[in-house]
Design a protein around this ligand. Sequence first.
Ligand code: NI
Ligand code: MN
Length: 225
Amino acid sequence: MQITYYGQSCFQVNIGGYKILFDPFITPNPLAKDIDITKIEADYILLSHAHQDHIHDAEAIAKNTGATIIGIWEIHAWFAEKGVKTHPMNIGGKWPFEFGTVIMTSAVHSSSFPDGSYGGNPAGFVIENDEHTFYYAGDTALFSDMKLIGEMYKPEFAFLPLGDNFTMGVKEAVMASRFVGVKKIIGMHFDTFPYIQIDHKEAMMIASFNEAELILPEIGKPFDI
Ligand code: NI
Ligand code: MN
């Protein structure tokens, strides 16, 4: 499975012959200045919550590509009004898409749109098909119900926030990886803003000390997992 990181919490994942894009926040991110969003391909755009640093480029990319936005009811309603194709979900539900089944999981965070309107609850996603299962946590604190995600869906790896302050930090992410039963963590939500800058060396040390494999992805460089 090929994955490309576009900064903050944005990843493109090639799965089941489709391109799915998570939480696009690219054009305002100086770390992602070399990424041209008009070149990004997407069949589906999954939005974990309504905060600016997760949805900023969603409308533009959806309109460029014809991608369908998948999000909680309130996110669906907001984007449907802008003329974007959407699929509404809510926490605990699952739906079989062409690329695999999406399960919407809870996240402990907040969610409002840049204009202040209500964004519904924040969410995470489990994606599963015949070949792969993974967990994308969104913005969240560590919470013990992550163990249910491990028991129910048995993901192979997890996208977890690392930046602290607004979400869990590295230590909590290592515990989250235990809760969901994965060894491999793909880090996200770090370094974009001063509040979420992390010490890469220290993060790698904390992970290896706890026998977790931490990947700090490079922006714009595809990698296989
Ligand atoms: Ni957020
Ligand atoms: Mn965020």
